[in-house]
Write a protein that binds this ligand. Structure first.
Ligand code: C5P
Length: 427
């Protein structure tokens, strides 16, 4: 399984209990850091018997706390401050003992106290011997944890460290990571509150508080472990739109393929690679949005099969079998509760015919068409010109830098959306 989506700049408190699965949590911390999340680690005394605090200090880049009442550690960041600091707490591995304590609200060690003091979401990834997991009392504790709003990342079945076979292995680090990311996706505004946009950056306030979802950049469709199919998209247009929407006061979620650009700090950034990952990320966020702008150059085709090993080059010609990817724009436009949907059409010929065709076929509200494969503008350039079509009209936005163009397009989108809403309310 790939590492999937990326969400940046969130604060994750990893609470490690004493089980053999503690070693897998080192990998979880590495993955979280790779996604540019900030990570602090706390450990129970028995966790320190399985893996050293030094390992987690090296991986997280911060000292690890292991005691509730420790003068020195409380000086660095007291347990109450640590509970307030976290956007999310993940207890992994959660032992049967810790599950029991958390389910009754005990606070007799650092982790249980932190969990009781925290107001953020708490994820619990249990790991234990299969008989302990199956015991009625553990299952009752589990149900109680859920009743109290904690999110359980269930253990998996398989061979256990003790040699037995059954349910009780901690979920894989990548699965835990995905659960945390999905949680952020469901409540992006909570995350955005942590990086408020400086008021002086608000230029128009046109989109104040409006939720805008933007997809940007290319996708990568893997052929084998080292090769992929992609395109020339730089992501510049999508990123400029994200910046322009932010400056208009919007709450922006940016789903981005691999690009060389830095996203504005105030967006909720979800990094993806493949068209399928982009589809998943966009479709989970779309129903809560007012506007969706599909500025990504999504691959239209993906290999039918991804080879496990590098494809060998011996022999002569080779044939690649491709299948259609899901159309993200059309799928968002088909949602029952759908945002105002804006697409892009990059064309090398008959721009107007193809763009209008896509507007109708995909069932979207507005399409911004541009020439590509020409000397000026388009993919991987700093400038562009757009010919925008909607069902009742069209407008040409002249060649200019993508930042200026983004502001003009945001204004036009706002105008068209207001017009559509007025027509709906009076009709
Ligand atoms: O059909 P075509 O790929 O030319 O349409 C371009 C528009 O459709 C862009 O806005 C692009 O983001 C979107 N698209 C999509 N899902 C796909 C392919 C394209 O949303 N699978």
């Amino acid at each position: 399984m790939g590492e999937g989506l990326t969400i940046n700049a969130k604060k994750i408190l990893v609470a490690v209990c004493g089980g053999i699965a503690a070693y897998k949590v080192a990998e979880l911390v590495r993955l979280l850091r790779k996604q540019t999340m900030q990570v602090r680690v706390v450990m129970t005394q028995s966790a320190c018997e399985f893996i050293t605090p030094l390992t987690f200090q090296a991986l997280s880049g911060h000292p690890v706390q292991t005691r509730l009442l420790d003068e020195q550690q409380e000086n660095s960041m007291g347990h109450i401050n640590l509970a307030r600091w976290a956007d999310v707490i993940i207890v992994a591995p959660a032992t049967a003992n810790m599950m029991a304590k958390l389910s009754y609200g005990l606070a007799d060690d650092l982790i249980s106290t932190l969990c009781l003091a925290a107001n953020c979401p708490i994820y619990v990834a249990p790991a234990m011997n299969q008989s302990m997991w199956q015991k009625a009392v553990t299952q009752e504790n589990l149900a109680r944890l859920e009743q109290h709003g904690m999110v359980i990342i269930p253990p998996e079945a398989g061979e256990q460290a003790c040699g037995e076979i059954g349910i009780g292995r901690m979920a894989e680090p990548v699965v835990i990571l995905q659960q945390i990311q999905q949680g952020f996706l469901k409540s992006p505004e909570r995350v955005i509150e942590n990086v408020p946009l400086d008021e002086k950056h608000l230029t128009t306030g046109l989109l104040k508080g409006v939720k805008v979802l933007i997809s940007a950049g290319p996708t990568r469709e893997p052929l084998d472990p080292v090769r992929f199919l992609t395109n020339r998209s730089s992501g510049k247009m999508g990123y400029a739109l994200a910046e322009a929407a932010l400056q208009a006061g919007a709450i922006v979620t940016l789903v981005s393929g691999p690009v060389q650009l830095k996203a504005p700090a105030a967006v909720l950034l979800i990094e993806v690679e493949t068209a399928e990952q982009m589809y998943q990320a966009v479709l989970s966020a779309a129903p809560q949005q007012a506007i969706y702008i599909g500025a990504a150059a999504v691959a239209d085709y993906t290999p039918v099969q991804v080879e496990g090993q590098k494809i060998k080059t011996e022999g002569g010609e080779n044939t690649l079998f491709l299948q259609k990817t899901k159309d993200i724009l059309a799928s968002v436009a088909a949602l029952k509760q759908r945002p105002f949907v804006v697409g892009f059409a990059a064309e090398t010929d008959q721009l107007e015919v193809y763009a209008k065709g896509k507007l109708l076929r995909k069932g979207i509200d507005l399409i911004a068409a541009n020439w590509v494969g020409q000397k000026q503008g388009g993919f991987d350039k700093d400038e562009n010109a757009l010919h925008v079509f909607w069902h009742e009209g069209e407008k040409k936005l002249a060649m200019t830098d993508k930042k200026t163009l983004a502001h003009q397009l945001i204004e036009l989108i706002m105008e068209r959306m207001n017009e559509k809403n007025t027509a709906k309310n009076s009709g």
